[in-house]
Design a protein around this ligand. Structure first.
Ligand code: FPP
Length: 237
């Protein structure tokens, strides 16, 4: 019998907070607030469903183009979420990691992130990866800069730059590539998310807006994943 295929790493593009709010005559911030509650529920669902890595796209490098008010709100929410979730993460053996450019974030958020990463670094039950001020292209630029620096220092030869060396220079170093990418709210695009890592990831798009995403929607995505045949470029049977 074929073993049940379960994704080790699920990445989610959490989209539709704004539309969810607008349709209810509410400010966009209300959609984000509701979205934050769903983030918490989704971490619990991932733990329960035996997912090993959960990567959540919360703020892209391009999201700075939003109004100053919305950007400030998202920064503040992120800090509140990390701080409030930390006891739960510690209690449940969950590791927290951030991917993205830390240096551009407010000081208080940076220290909340560092504290979260530090206090959970030995946890193993689940790894929650928060993509905040993250962009796939920016990540590649940073990796190239790092590798070029190593070449300049004389500790790396250009011929030694292979896929493994590039992967090890990305923010996601040490994290396996996602098996499943879920996008909510129906848009069919990648929005600069994990461009290197999703090379052979299975894609699943649901029309459900992020604030309405529930454990049953997560389970539906996992059920769909089980039906997929993964060949990684190999031939059909
Ligand atoms: C996409 O909806 C959502 C975001 C850009 C922000 C994601 C944020 C959360 C889920 C809230 C909580 C988490 C943290 C860590 C801050 P959108 O605003 O693009 O929706 P729209 O496409 O309908 O306008």
């Amino acid at each position: 019998m074929k073993p049940v295929q379960r994704p080790l790493h699920v990445a989610i593009i959490m989209d539709g907070n704004g539309r969810w709010a607008t349709r209810r005559g509410l400010p966009r911030s209300e959609g984000h607030r509701r979205g934050m509650t769903v983030v918490r529920q989704t971490i619990r669902a991932a733990l329960d469903l035996g997912v090993g890595y959960l990567t959540l796209y919360a703020f892209s490098s391009e999201n700075w183009k939003r109004s100053e008010k919305e950007v400030a709100f998202l920064m503040q929410m992120c800090e509140v979420m990390i701080t409030e979730e930390l006891p739960f993460l510690i209690k449940n053996d969950i590791r927290f990691r951030h991917i993205g450019r830390k240096e551009e974030l407010p000081e208080t958020l940076k220290s909340a992130i560092r504290r979260g990463e530090d206090l959970t670094k030995n946890n193993r039950a689940l790894c929650v990866v928060l993509a905040f001020n993250y962009g796939g292209r920016q990540e590649m630029v940073d990796a190239v800069r790092r590798l070029a620096g190593d070449v300049k220092e004389g500790c790396l030869a250009p011929d030694d730059i292979d896929e493994k060396a590039v992967a090890a220079s990305l923010y996601t170093a040490g994290i396996p590539d996602p098996d499943l990418l879920v996008r909510t709210s129906g848009e069919m695009r990648l929005s600069n998310f994990l461009l290197w890592q999703i090379c052979y990831t299975e894609l699943y798009v649901t029309k459900v807006f992020w604030p309405d995403f529930r454990k049953k929607d997560f389970e539906r995505a996992l059920k769909e994943f089980r039906k997929r045949t993964r060949r990684f470029g190999g031939a059909h049977d």
